[in-house]
Design a protein around this ligand. Structure first.
Ligand code: XMP
Length: 326
C-alpha cells in the first residue's frame, strides 16, 4: 500500500537523520508498539540498535519466551535480556497508589536501560561509543492522555511518556508518536512482522503491576498470571481474539469475599474481567462476550486459581471508566 510504504520510508529517513552513526537502545515490552518501533529503527540503523527486554516480573505467562523467540526470529535484532524482577518488586514493595506505581516502574526501567547501555558500550570494546538514544513506542493517544500533547488531559502517566525521570541521559526516538494503533499495525505489516506480533492485543508497559489493585507482591502476581492465562486461553479457543481490543484481568488484592467450596468456607479475592472493544483506546465499550465463554472462564479461574473465589465482569465504557483499572 502506497501510503504505508511512504510512511515507513519517511520515518526511516527521519530516524537515520536523528541517530546518525550513534547507538540506540529500545525496550521491548511484548506489546505491538515497542515491537514496531524497534523494527523501524532496526530498518533505519541496523546493528547500531540493541533491543533490551527487561524482565521485571510483571509480565504475563509466556511473554518472555515469546519476545525472546518470535521477535528475534522475525527481525534478527540484537537482544539483551535483563532479569530485574527483584529490583522492581523491591521498589514497588508496599506501594498501592496507581500513579506512584507507574512512576516507580518508569524510573526503574530507565535505571535498567542506563545500566544496559553502559554494558553494551563495554562489550563493544575500545571502539564502543556511548548509547545516546532510547527508542520508545509512544503512540499519539499516549501523548494526549499523559497531558503531553495539545490536549489538556492528564489522565495517567503512561510510563513511556509521563513517567520519565527529569535527569534522563538519553534522547528519545519516538517514531510512532503521530500514529494510532491501527496505523502502527499497518506499519508493522509493511515491515514484514508476523501476524502474531502485529495483531497481538495491547499490553501496557507497566504490565501486571497496574492490574493489581493494592500493593504488588510476587504471590499476587502469580495468582493474576494464572487467572490471566486462563482468560486468554478461553478467549482464543472461542475465536474471539479479533473481536475484542483487549481483555485485562484485574486482581482486587485488597478485597476479600466469603465463598464456599466443597464443604468449606473460603475467604478469597475477586478478579475482574475487563473485555473491551475499541478503535484506538481513546474510547471503548465493554464487549458483549457470549455467556458460555464467560461461564467457562469463571469456572476455570475459581477452580484452578487458589485464593480467587469470585469472578466479576466490568460493564463500564470508556469514558467514564478507563480500560485499565490504574
Ligand atoms: P487506559 O487505561 O488509559 O488505556 O484507557 C488505554 C490503552 O493504553 C494501554 N496502556 C498503556 N500502554 N504504557 C503503555 O504502553 C502504559 O503505561 C499504559 N497504560 C495503559 C492500555 O492497555 C490500553 O490499551
Amino acid at each position: 500500500n502506497w501510503t504505508m510504504s511512504s510512511v515507513v520510508e519517511d520515518s526511516v529517513a527521519a530516524i537515520r537523520e536523528q541517530i546518525g552513526s550513534r547507538r540506540a537502545i529500545c525496550g521491548l515490552s511484548g506489546g505491538v508498539d515497542s515491537a514496531v518501533a524497534a523494527a523501524l529503527v532496526q530498518k533505519a540503523v541496523g546493528s547500531q540498535l540493541t533491543c533490551v527486554y527487561v524482565d521485571h516480573g510483571l509480565m504475563r505467562k509466556g511473554e518472555s519466551e515469546q519476545v525472546e523467540k518470535d521477535f528475534v526470529a522475525a527481525t534478527g535484532v540484537k537482544l539483551k535480556v535483563v532479569d530485574a524482577e527483584e529490583r522492581f518488586l523491591d521498589a514497588l514493595a508496599g506501594v498501592a497508589d496507581p500513579e506512584q506505581k507507574r512512576k516507580i516502574i518508569g524510573r526503574e526501567f530507565i535505571r535498567v536501560f542506563e545500566q544496559a547501555a553502559s554494558e553494551i558500550v563495554a562489550e563493544a570494546g575500545e571502539h564502543g561509543e556511548s548509547v545516546d538514544f532510547l527508542v520508545q513506542g509512544t503512540l499519539y493517544p499516549d501523548v494526549v492522555e499523559s497531558g503531553g500533547g495539545t490536549g489538556t488531559a492528564n489522565i495517567k502517566s503512561h510510563h513511556n511518556v509521563g513517567g520519565l525521570p527529569e535527569d534522563l541521559q538519553f534522547r528519545l526516538v519516538e517514531p510512532l508518536r503521530r500514529l494510532f494503533k491501527d496505523e502502527v499495525r499497518m506499519v508493522g505489516q509493511e515491515l514484514g512482522l508476523p501476524e502474531e506480533i502485529v495483531q497481538r492485543q495491547p499490553f501496557p508497559g507497566p504490565g501486571l503491576g497496574i492490574r493489581i489493585v493494592g500493593a504488588v507482591t510476587r504471590e499476587r502476581l502469580d495468582l493474576l498470571r494464572e487467572a490471566d492465562a486462563i482468560a486468554r486461553q478461553e478467549l482464543t479457543a472461542a475465536g474471539l481474539d479479533r473481536d475484542i481490543w483487549q481483555c485485562p484481568v484485574v486482581l482486587l488484592a485488597d478485597v476479600r469475599s466469603v465463598g464456599v467450596q466443597g464443604d468449606g468456607r473460603t475467604y478469597g479475592h475477586p478478579v475482574v474481567l475487563r473485555p473491551v472493544s475499541s478503535e484506538d483506546a481513546m474510547t471503548a465499550d465493554w464487549s458483549r462476550l457470549p455467556y458460555d465463554v464467560l461461564a467457562r472462564i469463571s469456572t476455570r479461574i475459581t477452580n484452578e486459581v487458589d485464593e480467587v473465589n469470585r469472578v466479576t465482569l466490568d460493564i463500564t465504557s470508556k469514558p467514564p471508566g478507563t480500560i485499565e483499572w490504574e
